[in-house]
Design a binder for this molecule. Sequence first.
Ligand code: FAD
Length: 500
Amino acid sequence: MSHSGSDASYDIVLIGAGIMSATLGAMLKILQPNASIAIYERLGAIAAESSDAWNNAGTGHAALCELNYTPERPDGSVETVKAFGINEQFELSKQFWAYLLEKGKIKGPEAFLAQTPHMSFVIGEKNIAYLKQRYELLKPHHAFAAMEYSEDKEVIRKWAPLIMEGRAADEKVAATRVATGTDVNFGALSTFLFEAIGKEENVAFHYHHEVKNLSRNADQSWSVKVADLDQGKTFKVNAKFVFVGAGGRALSLIQKSGIPEGKGFGGFPVSGQWLRCVNPDIIAQHKAKVYGKAAVGAPPMSVPHLDTRVINGKKELLFGPYAGFSTKFLKQGSYWDLPCSIKGNNIYPMVRAGLANVSLTKYLIEQVMQKPKDRLEALREYFPNAKAEDWALEVAGQRVQVIKKDKEKGGVLQFGTEVITAADGSISGLLGASPGASTAVPIMIKLIERCFPKEMKENGWAIRMKELIPSYGQSLEKDAALYATIVKRSNDLLHIKEEI
Ligand SMILES: Cc1cc2nc3c(=O)[nH]c(=O)nc-3n(C[C@H](O)[C@H](O)[C@H](O)COP(=O)(O)OP(=O)(O)OC[C@H]3O[C@@H](n4cnc5c(N)ncnc54)[C@H](O)[C@@H]3O)c2cc1C
């Protein structure tokens, strides 16, 4: 990848080298091959924050097993709207990855994706009734037709032996399973995407370069102030379009840009930890992602799961995440991140959101106070025979949940993703972390439509987008025949079989 000096001008500047910048950069470089792109990353590696395989759970979120996407309403019925949406979004991501593989642009698929059955597992009659209802609502839809359900312990034992070993004979359990689930190494995928971008003309990639500030030029383009951390000097570059893909730090850069659309937003950091299995005999016995139900007051992304992972070609087993609290917005961030993000325009929404989420605060305090025996106890709900000596504690990535202004409530804490874009589409940044990396492709499709409407219409981008994403402009959720054709093609290219 080429290097260029200060005062340079680019069509596109990408801040941060995580999966979001990688996905956007790869798409834009295909849509407009002659676009000049500069990428600035403060660390010395690609995807060293949330996108690193050890920092996230690697679940290809398709709503096949995550019970938080099908919440129970107060009357006991199950809401499925979100599940259908997330399933379609993941299929868009799969289509883009399949396209890149077919064109030989990225390595894989095994180098970044491992087929791993997705299971939901619940204990007790109330939870069983919920899971059964969820299954009965999803199963008739073509996207969930492959889902299996069982309350039979022998069947569940075959699917995932570890979760059944040592369980009391009279304990009532139920599970669903979808064989076509995936484990994705988003760190490896980010690397492959940046390698693909770097092979093209007019691309400058800089490690150890931290973006410090953003200001408007007279012609409405952006002046990006960058610190070269190795040389200890700063310089400015100009950009027609800026993407703030700085993960947890995106909020502070959006604030610095001064765009009115960024006013009133705040961030609430939630850190995480995993238990990582260090016993190869146990790792070998599990082959699934087993998701349970979140505890009362727990944020939705803290749903416990016992997960087979494949990281750098090696099978691993993780349990968690256990939530925690730190004022850092990045794992390698600063304890000043949260205090410095509090501004006159977001303090009221932040306070209101805080007051409305006392149960979350209580939950986080309890999690922070956890001792090793508490963590083991939580693990034993999923793996009753787990022994402390087989597990080591690892620190996961940092997530910054979005706090935004709300007319009625003053401020709300939300667990999704928020893309903040200036009215003229010249700068856009991504806040939040759920469903996260799995939906990088649909997020970037929307961002491109929003920021490059002229190019989409007049420069043939919309037509080219259909090559990258064959279902672009159509609904996989509504069209069963289209779903079958598209998913078969993606699965063939990504080596996902109907059964494993
Ligand atoms: C515990 C946990 C579990 C998760 N599980 C899943 C999962 O199972 N499935 C899923 O799909 N998603 C999951 N996610 C979410 C997913 O990891 C994130 O949504 C995704 O990685 C975010 O990518 P990003 O590119 O926005 O940010 P990051 O990967 O954090 O990248 C941001 C980059 O910007 C750099 N940067 C920051 N500030 C600057 C600056 N000023 N100048 C230059 N560079 C800068 C950082 O160093 C970093 O490299 C999980 C996240 C966590 C924390």
